[in-house]
Design a protein around this ligand. Structure first.
Ligand SMILES: C[S@@+](CC[C@H](N)C(=O)[O-])C[C@H]1O[C@@H](n2cnc3c(N)ncnc32)[C@H](O)[C@@H]1O
Length: 254
């Protein structure tokens, strides 16, 4: 796989004319018509998308496990500077982190080192094959504080509350972003952070397909639907931005 040149499996989006449900084949997701109408719009499907739109953005196909070697490519260290990502997160010893859409765990093990033995990284995936690769990678590196979690497309199914949720090159693939982010916010500790690392959609020089990039403005617009406040956007990476939000206090609890 390669988001720049495509080795994505092309899925067929089947829209039922009766308007009862929309099912996106290959992932057997069925969304009720009411839910689709309240948060989403259906529209023309482009080659890299699923024909479902959220805040005007067409959602991208998710990357299949066949693309795993691309996630582990050696040049990624220079292209994405994972060291700078980890620094920007300012993780503390003992933190609980959810790496949603962790893939092979390219960021999971780095975060696991940062949170130390008292901390845990939950590597969440919707593909069992990716979880198997995650386990392999962690074993190879002798990392014991990364736990794989098989999530759903509307709920990461985290077993505990977490200090930080990170999604690296993932959020634009969520086919139910509203529901997914609602579930994410519920699993955040008070004041917990949500971090999006996305290829910069504003920059035509970033050699990634359009639907696999996101502008800062689009991420911030979509997060107005969630109990999150924008904290910072870090622009130190060669191709991506790091967009950080914090959970808003729940007025019902004050
Ligand atoms: C482009 S890969 C990025 C992997 C990893 N974050 C990295 O940077 O190496 C995107 C991953 O997100 C996963 N994904 C997509 N939608 C998801 C969802 N709703 N919940 C969990 N994982 C999801 C896909 O299965 C895929 O492995």
């Amino acid at each position: 796989m390669n988001c720049g040149n495509s080795v994505f499996t092309v899925f067929s989006a089947v829209l039922f004319a009766a308007g009862i449900s929309v099912s996106i084949a290959a992932d057997s997701i069925t969304t009720s018509k009411a839910a689709v109408e309240s948060h989403y719009k259906l529209g023309p499907r482009t080659a890299d998308g699923i024909g479902k739109f959220f805040f005007g953005r067409e959602i991208a196909h998710f990357m299949t496990h066949h693309g795993a070697p691309w996630l582990e490519r050696p040049e990624r260290e220079q292209e994405e500077r994972p060291d700078l990502v980890i620094k920007a997160l300012a993780l503390k010893e003992g933190d609980r982190v959810a790496d949603i859409g962790c893939g092979t765990g390219y960021f999971s093990w780095r975060m696991a080192q940062a949170v130390g033995n008292k901390g845990t990284v939950y590597g969440v995936e919707i593909q069992k094959e990716m979880l198997a690769l995650l386990a392999q990678q962690m074993q190879k590196r002798g990392i014991t504080n990364v736990k794989g979690v098989l999530g759903g497309t509307a709920d990461p199914k985290l077993p505990v509350l977490v200090d930080l949720v990170i999604m690296v090159d993932v959020y634009h693939e969520f086919d139910q972003p509203f529901e997914m982010m609602q579930a994410v916010c519920k699993q955040l500790k008070p004041g917990g952070r949500v971090v999006f690392v996305e290829y910069r959609g504003e920059d035509p020089e970033v050699p990634i397909k359009l639907l696999h990039k996101m502008t800062e403005a689009q991420v911030r617009k979509e997060m107005t639907s969630q109990p999150l406040e924008h904290v910072a956007t870090i622009k130190t990476l060669p191709r991506q931005h790091i967009i950080i939000f914090k959970k808003k206090p729940d007025p019902a609890r004050n």
